[in-house]
Write a protein of this length. Sequence first.
Length: 372
Amino acid sequence: MAKFKRNKNGYFMKSFTFQGKRYYVYDKDSVDKLFEKVAQKKKELEEGYTKQINPTLESYYDYLTSIRIHELKGSTIRAQRFQFNNIADVEIRENVKFGSLRIGEIKRRDIEQARLILLEAGKTPEYLNIAFKHLHYILERAVLDETLKTNPCKGLKPLKRNNDPISENRHRALSEKEVACFLEKSEERKSFYHNIFKFMLLTGLRIGEVGALFLTDIDSEFIHVRRTITRSEIGTYEIGRDTKTYSGKRDIPLTSELKKLIKEQRELNNMMFGTEWTGTLFKSSEGMILREYTINREIKRVCRDADIPYFTCHGFRVTFATRFIEQRPQDYKVLSELMGHKNIKITLDLYTRVMQNSKILAMNEVKIIKTS
């Protein structure tokens, strides 16, 4: 062993270079202890460097979230965190969770295995396609900031649906007969949410927009949509400051039917929550912020009584748009504004679908050759 001399303060000293920087280690007692300290210092530096240049997927996601929290709404951060946690918690090997893998060591087979495990656990292909699309985005951001060289999620093919698209069942447009039957049974049940059902059918508003509508947002001519119910990062429901998108801020003309409905609801609010109620137009039966879950639960009960297939409250919005297109196809731009679509392509897709169905119906009803 090379001899070490003590410095003027009586300490043994050794220096070494790590990542271009020189470090000095001292010990007063012995050279052996000095070498132990050197080895420990090198280990700490290597571990710290590894964490910096090759963090775990979970720690990188925490870092990315700290940046994105200034870019997105709290409700979006919360929803995407939930999707990420489902993937990160998958145990792909014994005592090894997907989220604990170093980001630079994640292989394509790890991703495919995690997806397969979740699929076998009962997650739907539709849900997994959305969740792994988010994972693709995370890894793509890691490529952009040079934490990764290539994205192992790139080119991952979406899982095949094993059922009908949601727009054809739970988010479908109701037929005129279904609407009449549903409202009849809702009224028979004396449902507290009967007016909400009618209001959504007559306006096409989203349930979050309905729940965030204050009486002061309604004047003699228009319903002014200015905000929506949202969820904070920790999951609590609150009335937000804005609509879902910029184009969501819009004015809905008041019809005589809507005026009558609003008058009835105000009278109900005064009876339920006190005279001269001045809060939001619609609340839950307990006087709390209106939640989509609450409305969908009541819809399920009414559907059972009416003996019609279950749909979600979004079905009211689709029904409004469908009836509008059927009766005024030339006014699809007006419908786009009424719906608050951020892109008119969304409206045109609906227009195409409705017109296609109308053509099929018309073709089947037209008699070209009369039979004797």
